[in-house]
Design a binder for this molecule. Structure first.
Ligand SMILES: Cc1cc2nc3c(=O)[nH]c(=O)nc-3n(C[C@H](O)[C@H](O)[C@H](O)COP(=O)(O)OP(=O)(O)OC[C@H]3O[C@@H](n4cnc5c(N)ncnc54)[C@H](O)[C@@H]3O)c2cc1C
Length: 410
């Protein structure tokens, strides 16, 4: 018997549908409540790289084949400084390639998979309040939504992203997401002559003179690129999107003016393909991952910054590990405690790595002059190959009892 019979999952992004699918597989009836309407709207859009550990989780919930079919493999990673030729980055041996997928396509696949597992997905349900009602028969929780409706279950999973409402309901003093002094953008360059030689399957991470960017050849032959623009001024997604794309392009063209191929990518990108993301974040360690019948997964509790390329993969890992603990531990408090014990060290270590990289992406004026020395040094001191192998070879054994793993860490 699982530790609970029913669950409300708040948030239908990445962690939410995966958590709901895994909970259903664990014998817990789960429903997802997503603030956005219409169904499937994908928020920040753009592309997302899934690491081998993320694909391993997708295999557990039976969504890996669909993701691979919709994604493009990235088989080579290159790091470049300024306009110098890039250096190949070491890749862990024996692991499948990371997969680059459109965020909207990933959302659709995860939602479809959850629905096929029997999960009910309710869109337009913004959580605003929770009642924890100790029932005469059993404990439970009631979620209240902005449209006046409510829903009750044995427990509530907060998969509501980096600005989580559930995090504050668990602990009003919980830290908020920290702004990394970087604004995010993604665009597509129609014709970038400087990248004519670029092989499909190669992702280049480029530290430009004034700003970091990354680029890759898309299956349609055009060049996709992402920009991290240093900015002291914080902007939400909506605020960034309120600025005209042409104005952002003007700013990006100036920021990358002295970079090859950054200047060309910015010049060849049109307003139609440019997507502003707003401020990029990292979650500082969250003191309380759960309270009573409420628990957090994904960015709501451990957003590791986009610099790690691990946010979505870690979110899905936590979702599956939580379901496994609820399946195998005798009651909800011990399942939540085991879940936190299994997840906290890994996600906080990866977030610490992300913080160091993000720092290098938004250097102060002195550090900026030292970048050519700093970045290769950072790659060496991070022991990138060993670090990547530890991060990417991680796999959850769904069929093994969670109790054993949790006891080993106790
Ligand atoms: C520019 C950028 C690039 C990135 N690139 C990568 C990458 O390449 N690889 C990678 O692994 N990660 C990447 N990430 C990180 C990744 O996007 C996140 O780690 C991932 O989306 C976390 O999933 P989640 O489900 O926890 O949160 P989200 O995807 O944010 O989903 C949360 C959901 O909860 C909903 N919600 C919020 N509040 C409420 C409420 N009150 N009630 C109901 N629903 C609510 C939201 O509408 C949303 O749908 C990137 C992030 C950014 C910003």
């Amino acid at each position: 018997m699982p530790a609970a019979q029913t669950a409300l999952v708040i948030g239908g992004g990445i962690a939410g549908p995966v958590a709901a699918t895994a909970l259903t597989m664990a014998g817990i009836d789960a429903a997802v409540y997503e603030a956005r309407d219409p169904a499937g709207a994908n928020g920040i859009g753009g592309s997302l790289a899934l690491e081998p550990n993320g694909l391993a989780v997708l295999a557990i919930v039976g969504a890996d084949d669909a993701v691979r079919a919709a994604a493009a493999p990235i088989t080579r990673s290159v790091m470049s400084m300024g306009s110098k030729p890039g250096r190949d980055m070491p890749a862990p041996q024996g692991l499948p390639p990371r997969q680059l997928i459109d965020r909207g396509a990933l959302h659709r696949i995860l939602r479809d998979r959850a629905q096929r597992a029997g999960v009910r997905i309710h869109d337009g349900k913004k959580l605003i309040r929770i009642d924890e009602q100790p029932d005469e028969q059993r404990d439970g929780v009631t979620a209240h939504f902005a449209d006046g409706s409510s829903a009750s279950a044995d427990l509530l999973v907060g998969a509501d992203g980096v600005h989580s409402t559930v995090r504050r309901l668990i602990d009003p003093d919980a830290p908020g997401a920290r702004y990394l002094n970087l604004l995010g953008f993604e665009g597509v360059a129609d014709d970038a002559a400087d990248t004519a030689e670029l092989e499909p399957g190669t992702m280049t991470f480029a530290f430009g003179r004034r700003a970091y960017y990354l680029y890759w050849k898309r299956p349609d032959g055009r060049i996709g690129w992402g920009a991290n623009l240093p900015s002291e001024q914080y902007l939400t997604l909506m605020q960034a999107r309120a600025v005209a794309a042409e104005d952002w392009l003007h700013t990006l063209r100036s920021a990358y003016a002295n970079d090859i191929p950054g200047a060309r990518l910015a010049a060849e990108t049109t307003g139609e393909t440019l997507q502003a993301v707003g401020g990029l974040h990292i979650m500082p360690p969250v003191p309380h991952w759960h309270r009573g019948r409420m628990v957090l997964v994904g960015d709501a509790v451990h957003a590791p910054s986009n610099s790690t390329g691990q946010g979505a993969s870690l979110a899905m890992e936590s979702a599956v590990q939580l379901a496994r603990c609820l399946r195998d531990l005798p009651d909800v408090p011990s399942a939540f405690a085991a879940y936190e014990r299994l997840r906290r060290p890994r996600v906080e270590k990866i977030a610490a790595r992300g913080a160091r990289i993000s720092h290098a992406k938004a250097p102060g004026p002195i550090a900026q002059r030292l970048m050519a020395v700093m970045v290769p040094l950072m790659v060496t001191t991070l022991n990138i190959e060993k670090t990547m192998a530890a991060e990417q070879s991680y796999a959850i054994d769904w069929n093994a009892p969670a109790l054993q793993d949790a006891e080993a860490l106790a």
